[in-house]
Write a protein that binds this ligand. Structure first.
Ligand SMILES: [Zn+2]
Length: 587
């Protein structure tokens, strides 16, 4: 072999040796790095606990498949829900709340389409086993447009779809257990997507929520989610937007059924609450559904949707009530506001201010609606006395006993009839004690006031001075009638009084019917009332003391006559007036 060939081979060998060394070095470094990464991953694997993400894809499969209107039975919303559990998660189960939602689950599968097992407890909690890196798909249908308090709940039509979050979304069960910590540890992110016709306006409160807490889930349950042929009627710089369905006039110009006076009405209500609370929700959308059919689409801090008749004082009051909650929940987002026995106070404030705020409406609109705060409170007081005197065993109870109420009719009565009157009396006593107006509301908005969960008692002791203890004993822990007899001066016509009494009777009877199927509302016609008022019978009401009897009689002769007739009939029928079942026996 020639010498130079040797040299070449030697050089090659040397080069190969250097290359091998380099390779070995790289391999060692790579091995160390891999070991480090693996170690790190292992540490993460055992220490990190990342939270799952839930995604909801909502569609209304029946729209466009024929004419679907608001009276149709095929009002179905489909939700495709995806639960993604990160690799670095220690969760072995997720819990969703089904409760009594009208949900039919079509399928529950893993990432490969294989059916998964789930367990449903008696309380309606669904337990779904999950593992690291897993995906769970739940496909379910929601039946909307079922009867609710202020009309049908939700609607699916060919021109719009509306629903609330509570009826539509399977949410972490920890929310229903009122556990802030539980909710914080249940889900890391919620995504909402909507598959509706492209030309539809979407009015939705949010598309995603990161690190949701209890109030975020509460907000999902309350808000309306709306899509449809809506038209923006009105918007302000302060964040208020008003939508209604597009109306095609003869000239094909888009027109609204709302008058400038109505627009000014929305504006003044919003301005009133902005002034009262000092700040507003980030954006507040009012969606007005046609009044021909009563529909409640939802009512939260971002979107309120309901059928609305601009000539109905009730619809304006409902809107005002919902606005109150939206502002309140924005300024004071605390669980304890929504926990008994604070709930009645929250509803009492909302019902008191829903009427007080109406005083801020422009004069012509106020006249058109007959909106006068004191007259409206006089009607509420009449309703309160009517139910208490007629059914003392059902409606005589202390507000602070809210947790112990056994019937939804009692809760309804406490929240919307008794509570606003107690708020009104509180405000009067507080003003007498030298406090500025709205002192109870301001007290409640102070976050620290909610820790004890007995806010009304604390407020009375702090704001009412020497009268505080008496107020607690008489009206909060006791069951005395709030002495608002001075409202007599603001009593509206007999027709309006009768309408208000028949309304509360029918409303509460509908709740009791859910518990006692044979329960019927006991309403009176104007003719019957006129006859009673014309009667010269001067006898008293046997169950009332002379003092209460004469207070009721001068406050409302109509109310007095109706209550008297009730007990006279009971006597004629031979019933014991102290019978707890008297009301039921008399129908
Ligand atoms: Zn309310």
């Amino acid at each position: 072999m020639p010498k130079h060939v040797h040299a070449i081979i030697d050089n090659k060998t040397a080069a190969a040796k250097t290359a091998n060394k380099k390779r070995a070095y790289i391999i060692i470094v790579a091995a160390i790095l891999s070991a480090l990464v693996a170690g790190l991953l292992l540490v993460c694997f055992f220490t990190l606990d990342m939270l799952p993400a839930y995604t909801y894809m909502v569609s209304a499969p029946n729209i466009g498949a024929g004419s679907v209107d608001a009276s149709d039975a095929r009002q179905i919303i489909n939700v495709k829900m995806k639960i993604r559990v990160p690799v670095f998660s220690k969760k072995d189960s997720v819990y969703l709340f089904l409760g009594d939602k009208n949900i039919a689950v079509n399928s529950l599968t893993d990432a490969w389409g294989k059916t998964k097992e789930a367990f449903i407890s008696e309380e309606g909690i669904i337990t779904i086993p999950v593992s690291r890196g897993s995906t769970t798909n739940i496909d379910y249908d929601v039946s909307v447009s079922l009867p609710a308090k202020h009309g049908s709940r939700g609607a699916v039509t060919d021109i719009y779809t509306v629903f609330d979050g509570d009826q539509t979304f399977l949410l972490p069960a920890e929310f229903n257990l009122l556990s802030e910590e539980g909710v914080r540890n249940a889900v890391g992110r919620l995504n909402f997507a909507f598959d509706f016709p492209n030309n539809w306006e979407k009015i939705i409160p949010f598309t995603h929520l990161s690190d949701p807490g209890w109030m975020d889930i509460y907000s999902i349950t309350k808000n309306a989610f709306v899509a449809g042929e809506f038209y923006l009627d009105y918007s302000t710089q302060s964040g208020l937007k008003v939508y209604s369905l597009e109306h095609q006039a003869a000239d094909q110009q888009t027109t609204s059924q709302l008058t400038p006076e109505d627009m000014a009405g929305f504006d003044s209500l919003y301005a009133y609450y902005l002034e009262l609370f000092g700040s507003a929700p980030e954006g507040f959308n009012i969606v007005l559904l046609p009044p021909d059919r009563q529909i409640i689409g939802g009512s939260g801090t971002g979107v309120v949707a309901a059928s609305f008749d601009p000539n109905s004082i009730k619809d304006w009051q409902l809107l005002s009530h919902r606005m109150f909650h939206a502002f309140y929940d924005t300024v004071a987002p605390y669980i304890n506001v929504h926990v008994e026995p604070n709930m009645w106070l929250n509803e009492g404030l909302a019902t008191y201010y829903e009427k007080l705020a109406m005083d801020a409406l422009p004069e012509p609109l106020k006249l058109r609606l007959g909106a006068d705060f004191r007259s409206q409170m006089a009607l509420t007081f009449s309703q309160y006395l009517y139910m208490r005197l007629k059914e003392p065993f059902q409606y005589n109870f202390a507000p602070m006993d809210e947790e112990r109420l056994t019937s939804s009719s009692m809760t309804e009565f406490l929240h919307y009839t008794a509570a606003p009157l107690i708020v009104m009396l509180f405000e009067r006593e507080s003003a007498n004690n030298g406090n500025p107006p709205d002192s109870l509301l301001r007290y409640c908005l102070d976050s620290s006031a909610f820790e004890g969960r007995v806010t009304a008692l604390e407020a009375a002791l702090d704001l009412l001075g020497d009268e505080g203890v008496g107020f607690c004993d008489d009206y909060l822990l006791g069951m005395n009638i709030p002495p608002l007899w001075y409202l007599e001066a603001y009593q509206p016509s007999s027709e309006e009084v009768l309408e208000a009494l028949n309304y509360i009777e029918t409303m509460l009877a509908s709740w009791r019917k859910t518990e006692i199927p044979e329960f019927e509302a006991d309403v009176l016609s104007m003719e019957e009332l006129r006859e009673l008022l014309a009667s010269s019978d001067e006898s008293g009401i046997p169950v009332l003391s002379d003092e209460t009897g004469s207070l009721v009689k001068s406050f409302s002769p109509e109310l007095y006559a109706i209550i008297k007739r009730y007990y006279q009939r009971a006597q004629q029928m031979g019933f014991d007036l102290d019978d707890r079942e008297l009301r039921l026996k008399m129908q």
